[in-house]
Design a protein around this ligand. Structure first.
Ligand code: CP
Length: 308
């Protein structure tokens, strides 16, 4: 049994095997109607619990569709509707759910909730986002980069804006898969030092560059995300906008990167804040391929978790 809790705690060979599997499954479905089941049914007879303590469009729908394509069944659960939201411990919830379902995906606030769920569950647990990390997103992002441009090893990724949970998982992937990351944003929103040091300790070149124009020189990929994350207070909005306005990804900034640089955003986006519509809908953008690849990458993650 494998939990999929974070990129940096998953062996590089396993990450690579999942990415290869995702690619094969995507190719095998080419042109088929969305509701067509995969030829093999590795999750036949399996029940998957999808727990959401935060809102979601992509994670919810892509996991639900993915489980069904693999032949399994899902139950989508809101944290607030469960006893989880009314004082039952995570440990007890994990032990109870393990008697009913074969796999648990949880989107939650605190990383400790995810880790406690994994410690006490006797079935695999998948991280569907915490305040600190978002590994499933980055599996889809790596898959997307490689289907457009080939191996990401040795490439330069620039993260512009808030050094948030998605940025953290990019840093984890840099260390595991051998690419470099330059963060450009205000000092107050730097990624966690622990993640920077971890990636550096594995040989990745991780740079902090406050000037976004300097940061994107030679970039193979520019990534950004919302300026206010789901767990940030609404009161942070005005301050964040003032801090981050200079880090908007617009056509002028994209033009400073390599001519074939890609643009990514995990979505949902606030158009014309962190990135302009001209970039999001422009020739460098692969944002909807990223969204689609959540489906294929997570199907591979689930198969790996269940040894299928
Ligand atoms: N990118 C992402 O996780 O999207 P959702 O919040 O819609 O699931």
């Amino acid at each position: 049994m494998n939990h999929f809790l974070d990129i940096h705690t998953t062996a590089p060979d396993d990450l690579r095997a999942m990415l290869d599997m995702a690619r094969q499954m995507k190719d095998a479905r080419n042109g088929l109607p969305k509701g067509t089941l995969d030829a093999d049914q590795p999750l036949k007879g399996q029940m998957v619990a999808l727990i959401f303590e935060k809102p979601s469009t992509r994670t919810r729908v892509s996991f639900d569709v993915g489980v069904r394509q693999l032949g399994g069944q899902t139950m989508v659960l809101s944290g607030s509707d469960m006893q989880l939201g009314h004082g039952e411990t995570i440990a007890d919830t994990a032990r109870v759910l393990s008697r009913y379902v074969d796999l648990i995906m949880i989107r939650t606030f605190e990383e400790e909730t995810l880790l406690e769920m994994a410690e006490y569950a006797s079935v695999p647990v998948i991280n569907g986002l915490t305040n600190r990390t978002h590994p499933c997103q980055i599996m889809a992002d790596i898959m997307t980069y490689e289907e457009h441009r080939g191996p990401i090893k040795g490439k330069k990724v620039v993260w512009s804006g808030d050094g948030n949970n998605v940025c953290a998982s990019f840093l984890h992937a840099a260390g595991q898969l051998g690419f470099d990351v330059t963060f450009t944003g205000p000092k107050q929103l730097d990624p966690e030092a622990e993640w920077i040091e971890l990636a550096r300790s594995k040989g990745s070149n991780i740079e902090i560059e406050r000037d976004p124009v300097k940061a994107v020189q030679g970039a193979d990929l520019i990534v950004t995300d919302t300026w206010v994350s789901m767990h940030d207070p609404e009161s942070a909005k005005e301050r964040r906008h003032n801090q981050l306005r200079g880090y908007q990804v617009n056509e002028a900034l994209m033009a400073q990167a390599k001519p074939d640089a890609l643009f990514m955003h995990c979505l949902p986006a606030h158009r014309n804040d962190e990135a302009t519509s001209a970039v999001m809908d422009g020739p460098h953008s692969v944002i909807f391929d990223e969204a689609e690849n959540r489906l294929h990458a997570q199907k591979a993650v689930m198969r790996w978790c269940l040894g299928k």
